[in-house]
Design a protein around this ligand. Structure first.
Ligand code: CA
Ligand code: CA
Ligand code: CA
Length: 374
């Protein structure tokens, strides 16, 4: 029997894009600064600017359209201070989204940014040429059709990937672990649906390439353990291969935490809003940790978007796991290997209590706080 799983996404709030501007002609637009406002009329008369002026911007500054010869003549006029091209200002600044700050990721970067940690994003794929992700994408596999790329034709997986490891550069956003190596494993189609068989193939591929972390922002709704026995087997294989497996708890408060998040071997993540209240859509019952998941701005298709869901919470923990794996102090028993159990113990130690006192079924150990990493 074919079982459907879906990406745990709730709403799409905003997609932004930018539009390049191109112009080519003999005339160009210039911003003209007159020496004094009283001279505007005489300068305009001398140079025939009544036909050339597009707009008087201030009493002493005008926007004009000129040929190169007209510009040259104006520059020689003593009543003109400057004639400069009307160049474009661009938004070239990276923002650190509130959610990245809430988990205190930037304070952890001084001790490493997970440069060699391999994180598998098992999802709808990743937009492979996204300028805020491409340099971190080190591998890909399309479990639906292995002859095709794992390019994201939905947007969900790209959003998840950006929360984990969007680049720390001059554009867009930044992820929790901005140098982590991303592996795009596509098991969900353009509608965000996929089969049990393809998810198993995807997890098995992640094991075969020896990743360190698996993020699954997906689930099987109300399906039972009995319906998914082979999935549990391959997840146990992953954990035995020393992979830390993180999954979204699910977005239906009417049902208990979905599989795979409900498995004891998987870290189940619930969502919190910017005001530190738990998201109303969280599934409950088996929650291990809480992370931001309401109105999260991240990479989406070729651009950026704001999404909500436990799908957005899970990758915060996956990114945190990458940072934890990059720190020698996380090898708690100093045997040379950081196991998933050691990772979980570190996550417990750095979590800030939420909801009822101590561990609870709606927020688990609480909100992860990377400033508390040793
Ligand atoms: Ca960036
Ligand atoms: Ca160890
Ligand atoms: Ca609590």
């Amino acid at each position: 029997m074919k079982r459907l799983l879906t990406g745990w996404i709730v709403t799409l709030l905003l997609v932004v894009s930018t539009m390049p501007v191109a112009a080519a002609s003999l005339t160009k637009d210039y911003v003209l600064l007159y020496r004094q406002s009283e001279a505007v009329v005489s300068v305009d008369a001398r140079h025939g600017l009544s036909q050339r002026k597009l707009e008087q911007l201030t009493p002493k500054i005008a926007l004009v359209r000129l040929t190169p010869g007209e510009k040259h003549k104006l520059e020689k006029d003593q009543e003109v201070v400057a004639v400069v091209e009307n160049i474009l200002a661009t938004i070239d600044a990276q923002v650190i989204p509130w959610n990245i700050t809430m988990v205190q990721a930037p304070t952890a970067w001084v001790s490493g940014t997970a440069d060699t940690v391999k994180v598998a994003v098992i999802d709808t794929g990743i937009y492979l040429t996204h300028p805020d992700l491409a340099a971190n994408i080190k591998g890909q596999y399309n479990a639906i059709n292995p002859r095709k790329t794992a390019n994201d034709d939905n947007g969900h997986g790209t959003h998840v990937a950006g929360i984990i490891a969007a680049l720390n550069n001059t554009l867009g956003v930044v992820g929790v672990a901005p140098d982590a190596d991303l592996y795009a494993i596509k098991v969900l189609d353009s509608r965000g649906s996929g089969t049990l068989a393809n998810l198993i193939k995807g997890i098995n591929y992640a094991i075969s390439i020896d990743v360190d972390v698996i993020n699954m922002s997906l689930g099987f709704g109300s399906a039972t353990e009995d319906q998914l026995i082979p999935l549990h087997e391959v997840i146990i294989d992953a954990v035995e291969a020393n992979i830390t497996v993180v999954a979204a708890a699910g977005n239906d408060p009417a049902i208990q935490t979905s599989l795979p998040a409900r498995y004891p071997e998987v870290l189940s993540v619930a969502a919190i809003a910017q005001n530190r209240t738990l998201a109303s859509f969280n599934s409950v019952g088996k929650i291990d940790f809480t992370a931001p998941g309401v109105s999260i701005y991240s990479t989406y298709k070729k651009s950026y978007a704001t999404l909500s869901g436990t799908s957005m919470a899970s990758p915060h923990v996956a990114g945190a796991v990458a940072l934890i794996l990059a720190r020698p102090t996380s090898d708690l028993d100093a045997d040379g290997t950081i196991t998933p159990l050691e990772v979980e113990a570190v996550l417990q130690a750095i979590s800030v209590d939420l909801a009822s006192s101590g561990f609870d079924s709606v927020s688990g150990w609480g909100l992860i706080d990377l400033s508390r990493l040793p």
